[in-house]
Design a protein around this ligand. Structure first.
Ligand SMILES: Nc1ncnc2c1ncn2[C@@H]1O[C@H](COP(=O)(O)OP(=O)(O)O)[C@@H](O)[C@H]1O
Ligand SMILES: [Mg+2]
Length: 253
């Protein structure tokens, strides 16, 4: 059975897709069969994977229009189920439920060691579906003032979902797009010393530093490990993956 990670935070632009992509690329590179699911109507992960606007998408799988197996695309960095613009209509769909994604992924869980779900900003029915389908949550957070609010709201939502999905845990808060400014250092300390301990949530040791290497790799549709394996950002992300895997989670390794 696969172990499922979701990157989620109420705010946009905090590095969710970048982090989802790195987890997906790196777990596959380390030999773990890992499926990415782009559960965001913006389809940024699909674009990065070169499968944006594919014929079959996660929307087709959750609505039961197509078998989930037919929605999987194989790329050089691993398998992915693309997103679709129609996902934006899900919160307004009277037939939509918080467990549609979980049900849709069930048939493929035996085939993958890990699944990584990339979510949209906000905390509507789409991220709720991702949380219901997941074992662990990574909260990518920028070190800026508004992000603190975003982390707290996200943690409250996770706690509410944990009443239904009892196995769901927070793997941790990951500081992303980190620049060594006084404000960023102050906020990082606050996240580490106050938000984490008060909510009983881990904060990953290494913040992911900001660099154009990350955006350049994305522009070339290359993984960061292919494009700039020795960059500080690749090293930061590798340290994060080590910490993530050291937490365990999967029971059949
Ligand atoms: N460590 C980083 N250094 C530089 N740019 C980054 C970094 N992480 C993310 N970005 C850029 O910031 C923007 C938002 O990141 P993204 O992963 O798309 O966030 P989200 O999915 O939360 O909206 C993107 O343009 C991405 O390329
Ligand atoms: Mg995104």
């Amino acid at each position: 059975m696969s172990y499922t990670y979701t990157t989620v935070i109420e705010r946009g632009g905090t590095g969710k897709t970048t982090t989802s992509a790195f987890i997906w690329h790196e777990l596959n590179r380390r030999g773990f069969k890992t499926l990415a699911v782009d559960y965001d109507p913006q389809m940024n992960l699909s674009l990065y994977a070169g499968v944006k606007m594919a014929d079959n998408s996660i929307y087709d799988a959750i609505t039961g229009d197509k078998p989930v197996g037919s929605c999987i695309y194989t790329t050089k960095y691993g398998d992915i189920i693309p997103g679709a613009r129609a996902l934006a209509t899900i919160p307004a769909n009277p037939d939509a439920t918080p467990t549609m994604l979980k049900k849709a992924l069930k048939p493929v869980q035996k085939e993958y060691q890990y699944i990584v779900i990339d979510t949209a900003r906000g905390l509507d029915l789409n991220p709720l579906n991702a949380l219901m389908a997941s074992d662990a949550v990574v909260i990518p957070a920028g070190a800026d003032t508004f992000t603190i609010d975003g982390i707290i709201e996200t943690l409250e939502t996770v706690q509410a979902v944990q009443k239904q999905n009892k196995g769901l845990r927070v793997a941790g808060i990951l500081l992303t797009r980190y620049k060594k400014t006084k404000t960023a250092e102050h906020i990082a300390e606050y996240v580490r010393n106050v938000i984490g301990p008060e909510n009983n949530v881990a904060v990953f040791n290494t913040p992911i530093r900001e660099s154009v290497k990350v955006t350049d790799a994305q522009a070339r549709l290359m993984s960061l490990m292919d494009y700039a394996p020795k960059s500080p950002q690749a090293l930061d992300y590798l340290a994060f993956i080590d910490d993530l895997l050291n937490q365990g989670g999967r029971n059949n390794e």
